[in-house]
Every structure is written in structure tokens, then in C-alpha cells.
Design a protein around this ligand. Structure first.
Ligand SMILES: Nc1nc2c(c(=O)[nH]1)N[C@H]1C(S)=C(S)[C@@H](COP(=O)(O)OP(=O)(O)OC[C@H]3O[C@@H](n4cnc5c(=O)[nH]c(N)nc54)[C@H](O)[C@@H]3O)O[C@H]1N2
Ligand SMILES: Nc1nc2c(c(=O)[nH]1)N[C@H]1C(S)=C(S)[C@@H](COP(=O)(O)OP(=O)(O)OC[C@H]3O[C@@H](n4cnc5c(=O)[nH]c(N)nc54)[C@H](O)[C@@H]3O)O[C@H]1N2
Ligand SMILES: [Mo]
Length: 776
């Protein structure tokens, strides 16, 4: 009791986001400190008994899937509470005992809540009751579930066209809920199903579908453990996928070499201290990266193209017996090699080195590592996907693997490391604005509906449509649309332009405050909560980053009796919208989720016998033709070499290229705390990391306060400016010309139209900015 009261006082104290102390950045990740931090956070949020209950069920065979990242669980004997600091924090944040009740909304007006930073909102706790904001009111008020469903159904029915509604999904939603949700949306008559993936790994999907015919990774944990070379580009696993570090440690123990390609020397990439091992408790842990390529932001395509040229040259030099190229694989399984070879031989290596910011010696060393490797895996995340030329870059990386026959054999392949714990599963279940015809036809056949065929809107298009009045109703299945999307001012105006905004959420966030003429908050169960329906306790299923589908069983007491499961909310809404006579048996799905899984089995490829197979001890793996049998369902029927002009990011004079990234103390827009331990930041988030040379050249110093102003062509020969105020300059080991600052504080700087070619993903990792001294 006393500790709870004490902490509530903390979180209600005004937040000074500028009280920043910086210290030396850390050279290794995890260690005992990680255990201490997560224990402390867990007890603060959940109390000791719930902490124990949660920790013993996290990622265990009869427990719940971690609501943190999409990294797979260990197969077979899982460790007791397989330890991960940020997994533990994700659980603590969801299973918190703090609650946001109707009384909270009576006390706080929307205008007042709008003044609070996302951190304060994140820390208020779980939503307990459905709430409505009536037009013109400044307070949310309680509403019954039935009245809430009726309100949404009426608003949807009043639209001139189903395409005027937008149905967003974040990536924590279970397979069962996602399947029903897209069924509702398509029964209603639109494919407007934008999701967080549009801002995340969409570029990976677009590139891999072209290259290998499927947008998912081709490796398993076992492949990583047995790889002899692992290249990790644009990913910070120590913070965002901590369980990946123990897999890397195993791979290293088996002799693997690790190459880290990153503008920043991230702690987890450099060293790892496994808190479950003696060397993790004392000493400096194990080194992870054998080669650290400190790439300039946006220089990866040049790096991969340069490596391609060096591989071709090494092949020439090795003569007839060369094994540098896997000729058999190329001849039997690939298309477009001749064009790739012609282009890559002409790549200028000086240009490559300048664009990537790497030395010729390092380029040659990395090429040699590729040549020596028999089993190579490439891993990547947002550093590659949130770039203007992301799709071409990932295509260029895949070219290197194809050249060496590194797809569809043990210990080798592509590994886009997903973000949200079920973002991959949601896509498999049909959350996509452009699902293929085969899926839609199967859905129609199963339910006797007529799914629309016209592609829907992705996230950026949905914002444009709401801005322009072409979309009027927004419904969010999880997530925090207003804070996660780019161009905050534009997006907020777009949401305010709607007639109704509905958020199905676990926790309070800014999207509840940036609302349409009317708004609803529908509180839902999270992964850790017990879910009991007519037939008893329900299970849900999820798919991890490596296409493994398995069950998750929530067990903790939900925050209130008024909270409903996502499955129940979707089905009740559908019932209110379509009425009793609808061909889809909506209400029967609520009673027993096995019925949903039977429908999934009938519609979704690779899901036959879903109910049985998902109950096997480790679940089951979805098919992946390139991985399973070197089959490539592409336009040519073969794996395609990607041939695209070389692109990189220039730094205009006097400007910096800014990447927006995660601290060690947040889950996307949910802010856990104000420290970024590994980067040496304490007590604040409004910081900008700048190379010491740039700090000096710009006439600034450690601790200077600056506004960040992004500059983007306005399409008419001029420049548009966007400003984010008052950041503290932190001299940091980022390349000259490159800077970094946290998301979502910097989202106002990312122009809506600054998106990746082909994937339309906002370019959150390369925004041209200038720094202007301020005296805030
Ligand atoms: N604890 C925690 N876990 C999470 C999340 C979280 O917020 N907190 N978010 C989840 C989600 S949704 C996702 S998508 C993932 C995100 O996982 P990450 O992709 O690791 O997340 P970011 O913080 O965006 O880090 C991007 C990395 O790319 C590097 N980078 C930036 N620009 C470039 C470039 O041009 N080239 C290269 N090679 N590297 C570059 C940055 O320095 C940084 O290390 O994590 C998931 N897991
Ligand atoms: N500038 C910049 N912008 C970015 C990024 C970046 O690196 N830089 N990264 C992008 C990426 S990779 C992503 S994935 C997006 C993330 O975008 P989103 O997925 O939209 O954002 P989150 O912050 O993960 O959403 C958090 C909210 O989800 C709700 N929630 C949590 N769990 C559940 C659940 O089980 N069910 C339901 N219904 N709701 C739940 C809670 O209310 C919580 O407040 O942001 C993107 N935006
Ligand atoms: Mo993500």
C-alpha cells in the first residue's frame, strides 16, 4: 500500500522532460542491473504477488506470449522465466494495478489531459470502462457497451460509402481477433485496413515478395544458432529484441562471426551479459559484434552494392574452381542475374565508401567474411525499412544472399526482425489493405460474403483521406495512431476532422484525446489477462517473427469486470452493424474461440487443422516455400535479383540527417520511464545525439538547447519547415552529419509525404534538419 501510494505521487508530479543527466554510454547490454530494473518496475506496477504470477507464466508453455517483441520463444524446454528486462517491463505495463476509471475522466478534462506528455498518460494505467465523448463535451462519460456498439453501427451505416471508414490495427491483436476484425471490415465493404506494419516492416514485405515471393523471414532460431556469419543491420536488439542476444551468444559459442551495421555503437550489439550466467553477473559479458560497420544513415544500399562488386571480382580471381558464386543455385533458382552482374560490376567503389562512410579496408574485410561463410543470415529492422530507398536496399541485401545460395538451406537466410508481438500473425490473418485474391476468394467461399476487391488505404493514405474529408470514421484496434504516425500536426487535424473516432485499447494514450466530433474508448483485455466466455477459459494464438504459431493463455485478473476481449468487441459490433440475419455467426464465435480457429483453418493458407496443431507443445510452423523447398512464387517463378539505381542519403551543408528511434525505456509510444541507460541518458527524453565535430561546427556545446527544424521540398520549388522545440544537445558517437532523437517526440518533424518508394512507409530514419539555438 505504502509503496503504491509513494509511486502514484511520483507519476502525478509534473514531468520535467529536460532534467537530463548524461553519463558515459554503456558498452554492454543486460547484466544484473537489467534484472534489478525489471523487478523494481514490476513491483511498482503490479505488486509482489502479481509480479510472481506474471513472471512465472511469461513465455512458458502454459503461460502467455510476451506482449513485447516478436522474437520467438525457445523451442523445447523453455527456461524458467526466460529473462528479458524489456519483456518484463512490457508485462508490468500491461498487468499494472493502476487503473483509469470513469472517476479519472470526471476529474480530468480532455483539454487538461492534452497538456500531459505521453509518459504521464502511459503511466495512468489500464482503462476500465467504455467511455463516450459526446459532441462538444470536454469530458469522457461512461456508456453501456450496447449503446457504444449502436453508436458505431449507426455512424458506419450513415456513411455514403464503406470506403469512408478506416479500420486501423496495431500488432498485439491475437490471430483470432484479427481474423474476425478483417472479416467484419470486408463484410462491411471496404479493404481500408491500415496497420502499424505500414510504418514498420512493410518495406521488408515489399522487397521480399519481389525477390523471393513471400514477405516473411526464411530462418528459424536454429538456423541462427548454426549460422557461421550473422549480419545485423539497422537493428538495436539489446533494447528492442533482448532475447535475440542469448541466441547470438549461442551462435558465437558455435563459432559464428557477427557483423553489426549501424550508425550507433548500440550496447547490445557490442557486448552482452546474460544475467542467467555467471559471466553475466561478473565481468564484461561476451563480445557480440566482431566487425562494427559504422554506416552513415541511408548508406546501406551502397554498402551492399559495393560488397556485390567485390564478390564478383573475387569470383573472377578464383578462376574456374571458384565457389564465391553458387552457380548451381543461380542457374536453377534465380532470374535476373545477368542484369544484376552488369550493373554491379560498374559500381564505383569510391562512391560506395563515401556514401556508406566506410573505409575500403573494412569493405574488403566484410566481403571476405561473406566469401568465407558457408551459412550466412542477414537480420534487419527499422534502420533499413524506414528509409526512402528501403525496398531497393533490402533487395540489394537479398542479392548478396542469392549470389551465394544462402536461401533455403540450414543456417542461412533472410531475417527481418519484426516489431509487435503479433504483427506478423495479424498480416497472415488478413490485416492488409491489399490481401491477394486467393485469400479473399477463400473468405467469400467460407462465409458467403462478397469481399471488395478494390485495394484499401494504408496508414499514410488513410491520414490523407481523413485530412481531406474522404474518410470520416476511424476505428483503432489497439495502437496509438495519433502519436505513432508521422507529421503529428497534420495527423491530429485529420483525426479531428472525423465524425467519430473509436479506440479499442488497454491503456490511456494520446489517441483518446485527439478525437473526432464524437469519440469512444472501448477497454479491452490484454495478453496477460484471463479471458472467460460461455464455454470456459479461452486461449488465443499468435505468430512470431519466424512463422511459428502458438497459444497464449492469459491468467491474471483483468482490471475490471467491464473490460471485454477483442474477440467479443468485434463480434458484438458486427452483430449491432449487420443484425441477426447475417450469414456470419458472429455471436457464436464469442462463446468458444475454437470456432474462430476452425474458420481460420478453412480460409488461411497453411492453417489446416489449426485447433489441433496450435495445441502441440511448441505450436506449428507456417509454410514458407523458399525455406522449405527453394520454391519461389514470384513473377518469374524464380528468385529475382533486384536491379535498381544506387541511392544514398546526402547531408546538405549546415544540416544533419536525423533518425528517430527508441530509448531503452519505452515501448513505441508507451513511455516506461525517462532513462536510456545504455546511451547514458537519465531523466529526460528531449535530447538530440550529435557527433562532437558537428556540435563544434554548429557553434553548440554539450547541453545546448536547440529547436529541431525539418526541411522538406514543398513540391513547388520551395521548402516546408516543421519545428520540434527545445532539445538538449548530447555529443555522441554518431557519424558526422547524422543525428538521432527519440520517437514519438520527433514525429512532428517527419513529413507525411516523405515515404519509402513502393512501400509508402514513413521515412522516420532520415529527416533533414537544422538545429537552431533556443533559450527555453
Ligand atoms: N523494448 C522495446 N521493444 C520493442 C519496441 C520498443 O519500442 N521497445 N518496439 C517494437 C517494434 S514495433 C519494432 S518495429 C522493433 C524496432 O526495433 P529496432 O529497429 O531495433 O528499433 P529502433 O529504435 O527504431 O532502432 C533502429 C536501429 O537502426 C539504426 N539505424 C538508423 N538508421 C540507420 C541506417 O541508415 N542504417 C543502418 N544500418 N542502421 C540504422 C539505429 O541506430 C538503431 O540502432 O522493436 C520492437 N520491440
Ligand atoms: N518517428 C517514428 N515513428 C514511428 C516509428 C519510428 O521508429 N519512428 N516506428 C513505427 C513502428 S515500427 C510502429 S510498429 C508504430 C507503432 O504504432 P502503434 O502500434 O499504433 O503504437 P503503440 O505505441 O505500439 O500502441 C500502444 C497502445 O496500444 C494499446 N494496446 C496495447 N496492447 C494492446 C492489446 O493487446 N490490444 C489492444 N486493443 N490495444 C492494446 C494501448 O492502449 C497502448 O497505448 O509506430 C511507428 N512510428
Ligand atoms: Mo514496429
Amino acid at each position: 500500500m505504502s509503496s503504491r501510494r509513494r509511486h502514484d505521487q511520483d507519476i502525478n508530479a509534473p514531468v520535467d522532460e529536460h532534467a537530463v543527466i548524461t553519463s558515459e554510454r554503456k558498452h554492454e547490454a543486460a547484466g544484473v542491473k537489467a534484472v534489478m530494473v525489471s523487478l523494481q518496475r514490476s513491483v511498482q506496477q503490479m505488486g509482489p504477488a502479481r509480479t510472481l504470477a506474471a513472471w512465472t507464466r511469461l513465455n512458458q508453455r502454459h503461460g502467455f506470449d510476451c506482449p513485447g517483441c516478436a522474437w520467438p520463444e525457445e523451442q523445447g524446454g523453455r527456461k524458467f522465466a526466460e529473462f528479458c528486462e524489456n519483456g518484463a517491463k512490457a508485462v508490468a505495463e500491461e498487468a499494472t494495478k493502476r487503473v483509469v476509471t470513469p472517476g479519472f475522466f470526471a476529474r480530468h478534462s480532455i483539454s487538461e489531459l492534452c497538456e500531459q506528455p505521453e509518459y504521464w498518460l502511459s503511466q495512468q494505467g489500464r482503462l476500465t470502462h467504455p467511455m463516450v465523448l459526446q459532441p462538444g463535451s470536454d469530458h469522457y462519460q461512461p456508456i453501456s457497451w450496447d449503446a457504444a456498439y449502436q453508436l458505431i453501427a449507426d455512424e458506419l451505416r450513415n456513411l455514403a460509402d464503406p470506403d469512408e471508414a478506416v479500420f486501423y490495427t496495431s500488432g498485439r491483436t491475437s490471430n483470432e481477433a484479427a481474423f474476425l476484425y478483417q472479416l467484419l471490415v470486408r463484410s462491411f465493404g471496404t479493404n481500408n485496413l491500415p496497420d502499424c506494419s505500414n510504418m514498420c516492416h512493410e518495406s521488408s514485405g515489399a522487397a521480399l515478395i519481389e525477390s523471393i515471393g513471400i514477405g516473411k523471414g526464411s530462418v528459424t532460431v536454429d538456423d541462427l544458432v548454426h549460422a557461421d556469419l550473422i549480419l545485423i543491420a539497422g537493428q538495436n536488439p539489446g533494447t528492442n529484441h533482448p532475447r535475440m542476444l542469448s541466441v547470438l551468444e549461442k551462435a558465437k559459442a558455435n563459432g559464428a562471426t557477427v557483423i553489426a551495421v549501424n550508425p550507433l555503437p548500440e550496447a547490445g550489439l557490442m557486448r552482452f551479459k546474460d544475467p542467467q550466467k555467471v559471466h553475466g553477473v561478473v565481468g564484461h559479458g561476451v563480445a557480440i559484434a566482431d566487425e562494427f560497420v559504422q554506416i552513415r544513415i541511408g548508406g546501406d544500399m551502397a554498402l551492399f552494392a559495393g560488397l556485390g562488386r567485390l564478390l564478383l571480382e573475387a569470383h573472377d580471381q578464383a578462376g574456374a574452381a571458384s565457389t564465391v558464386l553458387d552457380r548451381e543455385f543461380i542457374d536453377a533458382h534465380c532470374a535476373g542475374f545477368a542484369a544484376y552482374e552488369a550493373q554491379t560490376r560498374a559500381v564505383d567503389l569510391d562512391t560506395v565508401c563515401a556514401a556508406a562512410g566506410v573505409s575500403r579496408e573494412q569493405l574488403e574485410r566484410v566481403a571476405q567474411l561473406l566469401i568465407n561463410s558457408e551459412r550466412t543470415v542477414f537480420c534487419w529492422a527499422m534502420g533499413l525499412t524506414q528509409q526512402r530507398h528501403a525496398v531497393a536496399t533490402i533487395g540489394e541485401a537479398t542479392n548478396l544472399l542469392l549470389m551465394r545460395g544462402m536461401i533455403g538451406k540450414p543456417g542461412a537466410g533472410v531475417c527481418p526482425v519484426r516489431g509487435h508481438s503479433n504483427v506478423q500473425g495479424d498480416r497472415t490473418m488478413g490485416i492488409w489493405e491489399k490481401m491477394p485474391e486467393t485469400f479473399l476468394a477463400a473468405l467469400d467461399a467460407e462465409f458467403g460474403i462478397a469481399s471488395p476487391r478494390k485495394h484499401g488505404m494504408d496508414t499514410v493514405d488513410a491520414i490523407r483521406a481523413m485530412r481531406d474529408g474522404r474518410a470520416k470514421v476511424f476505428l483503432g484496434m489497439g495502437g496509438n495512431f495519433s502519436s505513432a504516425t508521422p507529421d503529428t500536426e497534420v495527423t491530429e487535424a485529420a483525426l479531428r476532422n472525423c465524425s467519430l473516432t473509436v479506440q479499442i485499447s488497454t491503456k490511456l494514450n494520446r489517441s483518446h484525446l485527439v478525437h473526432g466530433r464524437a469519440a469512444l474508448i472501448l477497454p479491452t483485455l490484454g495478453r496477460t489477462d484471463r479471458d472467460i466466455q460461455a464455454s470456459g477459459k479461452q486461449l488465443v494464438s499468435v505468430e512470431d517473427s519466424m512463422s511459428m504459431v502458438h497459444l497464449s493463455r492469459g491468467s491474471l485478473h483483468p482490471p475490471s469486470d467491464e473490460v471485454r476481449s477483442e474477440v467479443a468487441i468485434v463480434c458484438q459490433l458486427a452483430h449491432a452493424l449487420f443484425g441477426d440475419g447475417h450469414q456470419v455467426p458472429w455471436l457464436s464465435f464469442i462463446d468458444n474461440y475454437d470456432r474462430v480457429r476452425d474458420a481460420i483453418a478453412a480460409v488461411v493458407p497453411g492453417c489446416a487443422d489449426y485447433n489441433t496443431r496450435v495445441r502441440q507443445s511448441d505450436g506449428f510452423q507456417l509454410p514458407h516455400p523458399p525455406r522449405d523447398s527453394r520454391e519461389f512464387h514470384t513473377s518469374t517463378g524464380k528468385a529475382n535479383f533486384s536491379v535498381q539505381p544506387l541511392e544514398w542519403v546526402d547531408v546538405p551543408p549546415g544540416r544533419l540527417v536525423l533518425q528517430t528511434l527508441r530509448s531503452h525505456d519505452q515501448y513505441n509510444t508507451t513511455i516506461y520511464g525517462l532513462d536510456d541507460r545504455y546511451r547514458g541518458v537519465k531523466g529526460g527524453r528531449r535530447v538530440v545525439f550529435v557527433n562532437p565535430e558537428d556540435v563544434a561546427a554548429l557553434g553548440l556545446r554539450d547541453g545546448s538547447r536547440v529547436d529541431l527544424i525539418s526541411e522538406f521540398p514543398d513540391g513547388q520549388g520551395g521548402i516546408q519547415e516543421r519545428r520540434a522545440k527545445d532539445f538538449r544537445v548530447v555529443p555522441y558517437a554518431t557519424p558526422v552529419g547524422n543525428a538521432a532523437a527519440y520517437y514519438p517526440e520527433t514525429n512532428p518533424l517527419v513529413p507525411l509525404d516523405h515515404t519509402a518508394v513502393k512501400s509508402n512507409t514513413p521515412v522516420s530514419k532520415a529527416v533533414v534538419v537544422r538545429l537552431e539555438a533556443c533559450h527555453g
